[in-house]
Write a protein of this length. Structure first.
Length: 79
């Protein structure tokens, strides 16, 4: 009986681990214009986000965090 419970718990953990693995998101910078970027000038960045086609991921958000020497224009609208 104890072995059955242990096997059941291990199976549940493996299933939850497999589900967590199926929602594998990856963000990659694929282009910037202009290249190279000039200090104090605007740069347009294009990212590719993969893994969002999996319905198990649910709603997904993407944001860019400001970190020196990179800053965001607060007046620019989000696309």
């Amino acid at each position: 009986m104890k072995r059955g419970i242990i096997y059941l718990l291990l199976s549940l953990m493996l299933i939850s681990f497999a589900n967590a693995e199926s929602c594998n998101l990856n963000a990659k910078l694929i282009n910037q214009d202009p290249y190279p970027a000039m200090p104090g000038e605007y740069v347009e960045l294009v990212f590719q986000l993969t893994g969002v086609e999996n319905p198990e991921c649910g709603n997904i958000g993407f944001s860019v965090m400001e970190e020196f020497p990179f800053s965001l224009n607060p007046e620019q609208k989000k696309k």
